[in-house]
Design a protein around this ligand. Structure first.
Ligand code: IMP
Length: 446
């Protein structure tokens, strides 16, 4: 397997966990490169559901080294609990062997969680709907050079210096807001204790990964969230605080940028979003409720009901181009069973012009666009037991082909249920070559 990354092409929750778990069968290393425990990657093992937030999705695979890269923000309290929860369920987690954490990863402290909540409250109606995990404030401290890093947890003198830098400012803010200041001594003790327990896992993983690549080992980078939540290229300010697109791989792992040879973009057969922000194809009312229930569309981190909508080929095409996606996996096709005619946004109407099939997201406000839909025949068959492309009903095949034509990137895999085996591989008429891949979409079935 060439060095590969798996990313979500819309607003996250596309089902990346299962796809990473599948591809991990061919990998030696699986590396998270961004985000934190705001992510929720769901795996189904022998019918049992396992949700991972920070630990990479190959933890169930024997022989794979799971790495939390330097681009991730790590809540060490959460990491301790997630590891303990996995072990309670019989998952083997051996620090330093199948789980490693980058020394350079920034630490989420309780104060970051408090500030996340505070800033959401202060925004009132304009709030972002964050996961409340302290992600934004921790990345803000990284950028403002006030952060604490995982490597500091095992070096008391460095931890003292880092906490002094950080808490002077944070406690002033907490006090100004009428909240209790943090007790530096207590926090220091807790962090050093966590450092002691995580110590075997803490490593210079950038060097390990570069060496592994030199030896020809197979590296799979695990994206979190989705391209449209990318801090630079997403629907800013309604985004997360990291580089969720493939661009985050080099920054968040220490691998050189040219390492990445294959980008697997994951899309759901329809669209979802949690939190606030523009969502041009959003549905509401009874139909949205039906789709949400059929797809069990509730946040795996926060339990919030996800907003649901039709597939947005304009947004997904933008994300595929931006991230250099070389192949696509479409998940949850089975969920569209019995939903009647299926719609796909093929263009946006912007300022009265209904022909925009390609967009530059930062250039305009997505609240002002109206999707232009094409309609496809739906299907009523249960797809969950089907394993071959030829078994799928013709309408389901035509739907996948129509989306593929819009995106200009081959859809090589279709997922028809949460289980590992519920996948259908297919050959595509669209070749892999980038020049072909980026060809403008053909025709319209409007
Ligand atoms: P934050 O990452 O908690 O700061 O949240 C910022 C935005 O990203 C909010 O709209 C969240 O709902 C969204 N978000 C963060 N992580 C995920 C995820 O894993 N899946 C889907 N949405 C997410």
């Amino acid at each position: 397997m060439p060095t590969t990354c798996v990313i979500g092409l819309l607003w996250g929750d596309e089902g990346k966990g299962k796809i990473i778990d599948l591809l991990a069968g061919e990998a030696d290393w699986v590396v998270r490169y961004g985000g934190g425990h705001n992510a929720g990657h769901t795996l189904v093992r022998d019918g049992e559901r396992l949700v991972l937030h920070l630990v990479p999705s190959a933890i169930l695979r024997e022989g794979v080294r799971n790495v939390i890269g330097n681009g991730v923000v790590v809540d060490p309290f959460h990491l301790r609990d997630e590891i303990a929860g996995l072990r309670r369920r019989g998952v083997v987690v051996e620090l330093g062997r199948n789980l490693l954490v980058a020394e350079g990863a920034h630490v989420i402290l309780p104060v970051h969680r408090a500030l996340d909540g505070l800033s959401e409250r202060m925004r009132g109606d304009a709030k972002l709907g964050t996961t409340g995990r302290g992600i934004g404030p921790a990345y803000a401290d990284r950028a403002s050079r006030a952060g604490v890093r995982v490597g500091d947890l095992i070096r008391p003198a460095r931890l003292d210096a880092a906490l002094q830098r950080l808490l002077a400012e944070k406690n002033a803010i907490l006090v100004a807001c009428g909240a209790e200041p943090l007790d530096p001594a207590r926090l220091r003790d807790e962090l050093l204790e966590l450092g002691r327990s995580l110590r075997p896992a803490i490593a210079d993983v950038g060097s390990l990964l570069r060496d592994a690549r030199r030896r020809g080992e197979r590296i799979l980078c695990e994206g979190a969230q989705g391209v449209l939540l990318d801090v630079d290229h997403g629907t800013y300010p309604f985004v997360t605080s990291s580089s969720a697109s493939s661009g985050g791989v080099a920054v968040g792992t220490g691998l050189p940028p040219q390492s990445l040879e294959r980008v697997v973009g994951v899309v759901k057969a329809y669209a979802t979003r949690v939190g606030a922000g523009p969502f041009p194809t959003e549905l509401d009312g009874a139909f949205a409720h039906r789709l949400r229930e059929a797809g069990r569309e509730y946040g795996s981190t926060t339990g919030r009901p996800r907003r649901v909508g039709w597939f947005d080929a304009v947004a997904a095409r933008y994300a595929a181009e931006l991230s250099g996606t070389t192949e696509i996996v479409m998940t949850n096709l089975d969920v569209l069973r019995g939903m009647g005619p299926l719609r796909v946004a093929r263009a946006y109407q912007i300022h009265g012009d209904p022909r925009a099939e390609r967009v530059q997201f930062p250039l305009f406000d997505l609240d002002d666009v109206r999707p232009v839909f094409e309609e496809h025949q739906g299907f009523d068959e249960d797809l969950s037991g089907m394993r071959r492309w030829s078994e799928l009903p013709a309408a389901a095949r035509r739907y996948v082909e129509a989306v593929e034509a819009r995106l200009g990137v081959p859809i090589r895999t279709v997922s028809v249920g949460p289980g590992r085996d519920q996948v259908i591989r297919r050959d595509s008429a669209i070749p892999h070559a980038p020049a072909e891949r980026l060809r403008p979409a053909q025709g319209s079935s409007e």
